[in-house]
Design a protein around this ligand. Sequence first.
Ligand SMILES: *[C@@H]1O[C@H](CO)[C@@H](O)[C@H](O)[C@H]1NC(C)=O
Ligand SMILES: *[C@@H]1O[C@H](CO)[C@@H](O)[C@H](O)[C@H]1NC(C)=O
Length: 299
Amino acid sequence: MACSLGLPMSMMWVLLAFSFAIVMVGSVSPSRFDELFQPSWALDHFAYEGELLKMKLDNYSGAGFQSKSKYMFGKVNIQIKLVEGDSAGTVTAFYMSSDGSNHNEFDFEFLGNTTGEPYLVQTNVYVNGVGNREQRLNLWFDPTKDFHTYSILWNQRQVVFLVDETPIRVHSNMENKGIPFPRDQPMGVYSSIWNADDWATQGGRVKTDWSHAPFIASYRGFHIDACECPATVAATDNARRCSSSSEKRYWWDEPTMSELSLHQSHQLLWVRANHMIYDYCTDATRFPSTPVECLHHHH
Ligand SMILES: *[C@@H]1O[C@H](CO)[C@@H](O)[C@H](O)[C@H]1NC(C)=O
Ligand SMILES: *[C@@H]1O[C@H](CO)[C@@H](O)[C@H](O)[C@H]1NC(C)=O
């Protein structure tokens, strides 16, 4: 059949190699849940529907999953469709974290609300075990109607939180100002859903209405493009292997990735102007003296 095209055999191999290349490009697309992740608690609160994962919260339990590996630097994307209808009192989190008391952590926390009222997205950054860096925004879409992509980009210069590729927060490396930056601990990737009606919705005034359970968060599009840190390799070796000073330079270490592009800076300004409702940097009641990293923020 192929020969009826009148192509020489060598040409056929080129075509074959080309279609193989397309298949290879296809493999860059999202992974199945179980290639990268595993449930970490409440296994009976998981449901798998093809490429889709549903994780539920009911009056017995929440649920959570975690990556099988740990990583240093790279980008993690997950598509999430948040709890529909009444989600008041519930929190769905997507985050990266290292282990131990001096851990680093980059958090997305989605705070539920009563039917028709907006979800809030709270982000936080822990460095060496210290958090208290909350920001809160509402979104420019209803996150319960469709899947949206939530990402964390982490390199040696910055941590960027993105929603559908729009940056909503940047935590820049300001080590030159004596401010510690998370870049020496491998991090896992996590998500969970749980009851937090003591604080989550309208300051804890609205409680979870269990008659509306189960509360279901749906996931797909799992993607981790990061430097993997095998547990069998010594921490210092992982750090060296994953840092840009090694012979291999990862895309997230390219100079253009060391700060937002001009377009992204404009997007971030737009988000901050139109959707930000809380920033710890401007909370003088909580922080009578402005946190040091806020003094140097240029965004
Ligand atoms: C959980 O909710 C179900 C349905 O509303 C109810 O039948 C059950 O008793 C509740 N269980 C607990 C432990 O509260
Ligand atoms: C819930 O809706 C209320 C009323 O619109 C709003 O003030 C609040 O910020 C929303 N989000 C949360 C998590 O409370």
